[in-house]
Ligand binder design. Structure first.
Ligand SMILES: Nc1ncnc2c1ncn2[C@@H]1O[C@H](COP(=O)(O)OP(=O)(O)OP(=O)(O)O)[C@@H](O)[C@H]1O
Ligand SMILES: [Mg+2]
Length: 225
């Protein structure tokens, strides 16, 4: 499903954010990416959605080599690789429903289908009752659920989350990771970058650890600690 082959990424200022990183992730895996600040976790995620291009090495996502992906194909790639953010990135002047619907409107989906799909994903994340609320009216955990619903709406094969519990209290963070696990069990490949050691310890999933842009360990499900 995902193959990183000796991927390096350096920025114009000379920072080497990723240094010959290689790993493979299979369909339906759940993987945590850990490592200190600046290790390269966000860089991996941005490369996967072609928000960045590697300096060298190759990245294959769902049988497509990203170096060969034309710019006009990138929106399709990003529908297949949904993203959730630490700060949610919701539009404050749109309701929960509208924030999620927007992800589908840009695909040109018919209005009726959008309504049905939004209702479905809001139900999946437990937010049916909050559809008409604005972001300011709901809790942090609920904001993250909206972010997840928005990423799930186009039915991605891969869901990536960059520090999704970073702005949440421990209890809400826990619930969010449980939700990612449910989504994973329903068939989606899930990648989560996190500093939350407690979550990583307890969930016993595969753990890829980065330091200074290098993969320093890759522990199979159940092998970590
Ligand atoms: N656009 C950029 N220009 C220059 N350097 C960058 C850029 N983006 C990231 N970096 C650098 O690349 C390195 C890896 O950054 P990255 O954001 O991937 O780390 P991270 O593991 O996600 O860290 P954190 O845990 O703090 O989120 C860091 O040294 C960072 O400063
Ligand atoms: Mg980061």
């Amino acid at each position: 499903m995902i193959i990183f082959q000796k991927v390096s990424k350096s920025f114009p200022d000379g920072t080497l954010a990723l240094d010959k990183a290689s790993f493979q992730i299979n369909k339906k895996e759940f993987v945590f990416f850990i490592g200190p600040s600046g290790a390269g976790k966000t860089t991996v995620m941005r490369l996967l959605r072609k928000e960045l291009t590697p300096t060298s090495g190759s990245i294959v996502v769902m049988d497509k080599n990203l170096t060969d992906t034309e710019d006009d194909q990138v929106p399709f790639l990003r529908r297949d690789v949904g993203m959730c953010y630490q700060d949610f990135k919701l539009l404050s002047d749109r309701t929960v429903y509208e924030n999620v619907a927007l992800a589908l409107e840009i695909t040109g989906m018919e209005r009726e289908k959008i309504e049905k799909r939004v209702a479905e994903v809001l139900k999946n994340v437990g937010l049916s009752k909050k559809a008409n609320f604005f972001p300011i009216q709901i809790s942090g955990g609920e904001l993250q659920r909206v972010g997840i619903a928005r990423a799930l709406a186009p039915d991605p094969k891969i869901l990536i989350a960059d520090e999704p519990t970073g702005n949440l209290d421990p209890e809400s963070g826990w619930e969010i990771i449980k939700l990612f696990k449910e989504i994973n069990l329903a068939g989606t490949t899930v990648l989560v970058a996190t500093h939350n050691a407690e979550v990583v310890d307890k969930f016993k999933e595969r753990v890829i650890k980065l330091e200074d842009g290098k993969i320093v360990s890759d522990k199979k499900k159940g092998e970590y600690k």
